[in-house]
Design a protein around this ligand. Structure first.
Ligand code: SAM
Length: 504
């Protein structure tokens, strides 16, 4: 394929969706382009790209397909405890106080994926609704991915999406059925969903009902855009807020310079932005707290986790040994070696401290990915599953075409005891399918999928997958077993595979 076609594909994607595909993922992007040209039986890349630039029902269908394929929709209820506390204890009480004269609240969750974020807000508001009887409360959830919105509307979730909820919240808002957990109508009725492409849909807009918002949440969305797009959207969000309204992004998603009219407030849990027009005392922030720094992410060791055994094998792919910059090549190589040794010998505290320190160096994306991946595996091995899963989100953002975070997510699910094994099996299958879609030659993913099919009572499929893994293993060029399987020697793994295939 001509480099020109790939560049054009990439710039069309940015123009339409804002999504910037990291350079590391360009080979997979080229694959996707080829695949779509074949699937639509287009004579050439050029025709396909022309279709994307058209405005027809066929091109809209294709954009729907691409948005679904390229977006990363991982979400869960009460994601980011700190921000949720801030919403419950500071932001919503402040908005309620200042809006008393209107009896209205307008909330927009922009990039809401499968709905967990706006539904979490609906749950918070449900708990304090005695403070706002007869208020008109609008919670709008929007996303470019219509498949995700359809799922939001259905309101059926896995235990994994509910991992931050306590038992009382689960009992109050969910009913178990065989597809997972169904969110109660009480909460579903409070949220309205609508497909909106933040890049293309005009806002603020009266016709689109995107105006005069009291609160906008746009979390874990801007990270996929360029800094320039992030700034442009922040300006538009500021224009869409009422005076006194708040904008909440994820940590470090929005960098300075901040748009005029948006005041930055540094709270212990998160940075928040508040629109303050003029000097209206009604909209002075309530009880501002002193700025404090947040604990470094990598050092947040789950105290309960330390003693828990893990079913996840310890192993790592060799880190790139070339230094991030030419400045201190020897130091970088020595650090990589120390980090791997600390990980392999399970000296996790030491490995985490070192990883954190390495991340302060001027790393390129691939090095950052490897260090974070190793960190996620350490958290997983220590039983700190939530932290590990949060890092997987960051890893998929860094490299959306890597199968490894998906494989780790499948392992995280498997490692936990489950109250709903059927729903979890679906989630595990989803992650393994994604891993295999991204890397059909992943031996660990093939074996995991095979084991899953065996558990689900599908021995023929299990056998087929195991045979595929075996034939890849026969050509495996390394001395050691593949990642995630290194508790085995290579010879031992081959032998075990032959043995189980013979006996099945
Ligand atoms: C990782 S999810 C974030 C979900 C939720 N906000 C959270 O923090 O849990 C990112 C979402 O942004 C959406 N997104 C990406 N580009 C978008 C665009 N141009 N317009 C609207 N939504 C977009 C994706 O479809 C995806 O559902």
């Amino acid at each position: 394929m001509e480099a020109d076609s790939l560049d054009r594909f990439q710039s069309t994607l940015i123009r339409h969706t804002g999504l910037v595909i990291p350079e590391l993922d360009h080979p997979q992007l080229a694959e996707l382009l080829k695949k779509r040209v074949r699937a639509l039986r287009m004579p050439s890349h050029r025709d396909y790209l022309a279709l994307l630039e058209n405005d027809s029902s066929k091109s809209r269908d294709e954009w729907r397909h691409l948005s679904h394929t390229l977006t990363i929709g991982e979400s869960y209820f009460f994601r980011d405890n700190g921000q949720m506390t801030l919403l419950r204890e500071t932001i919503l009480p402040d908005l309620i106080k200042n809006n008393r004269h209107r009896g209205q609240l307008r909330i927009w969750s922009a990039g809401c994926s499968t709905g967990e974020e706006p539904y979490s807000l609906a749950m918070i508001l449900h708990r304090i609704e005695h403070l706002i009887p007869d208020w008109q409360v609008m919670i709008l959830g929007t996303d470019i991915n219509e498949t995700a919105l359809a799922k939001a509307q259905k309101g059926i979730y896995s235990r994994w999406a509910m991992r931050q909820l306590d038992d009382a919240q689960k009992a109050l808002y969910f009913k178990k059925d065989k597809r997972g957990f169904k969110l109660s109508q009480l909460i579903r009725d409070r949220v309205r969903f609508k497909p909106i492409n933040l890049i293309k849909t005009p806002f603020p807009s009266i016709e689109g009902d995107l105006h005069d918002m009291d609160l906008i949440l746009c979390r874990n969305v801007l990270i996929y855009f360029s800094q320039e797009t992030g700034h442009r959207l922040a300006r538009k969000f500021a224009e869409t807020l009422r005076s006194g309204g708040y904008l909440l992004t994820s940590h470090a998603e929005l960098s300075a310079p901040y748009p005029p009219g948006l005041n930055v407030r540094i709270m212990p849990e998160s940075i928040i932005f508040q629109k303050l027009d003029g000097d209206d005392p009604k909209h002075k922030p309530t009880s501002p707290r002193p700025p404090t720094s947040t604990a470094p992410l990598l050092a947040q060791l789950d105290a309960n986790a330390a003693a828990r055994p893990s079913t996840i094998p310890a192993h790592t792919t060799p880190l790139p040994t070339h230094p991030p910059s030419a400045a201190q090549p020897h130091r970088w190589q020595a650090d990589v070696k120390r980090l791997q040794e600390a990980f392999m010998t399970k000296r996790y505290k030491e490995a985490l401290a070192l990883a954190e320190q390495m991340l302060t160096q001027d790393t390129v994306d691939q090095q950052r990915f490897e260090i974070l991946f190793l960190t996620a595996r350490i958290h997983a091995n220590r039983g700190a599953y939530r932290l590990a899963a949060e890092l997987c989100d960051r890893l998929t953002a860094l490299d959306r075409f890597s199968e490894r975070p998906h494989l780790l997510l499948a392992h995280l699910l498997e490692a936990q005891e489950s109250a709903t094994p059927e729903a979890d099996a679906l989630q595990i299958r989803h992650h393994l399918q994604k891993a295999l879609y991204l890397n059909p030659d992943s031996i660990a993913a093939l074996l995991e999928m095979s084991a899953l099919h065996r558990r689900l009572g599908e021995p023929h499929r299990a056998r087929r997958l195991q045979k595929a893994a075996q034939s890849l293993l026969m050509q495996w060029p390394h001395q050691e077993a593949p990642e995630f399987l290194e508790d085995w020697s290579l010879a031992g793994l081959k032998e075990e595979l032959s043995r189980t295939l013979e006996s099945s």
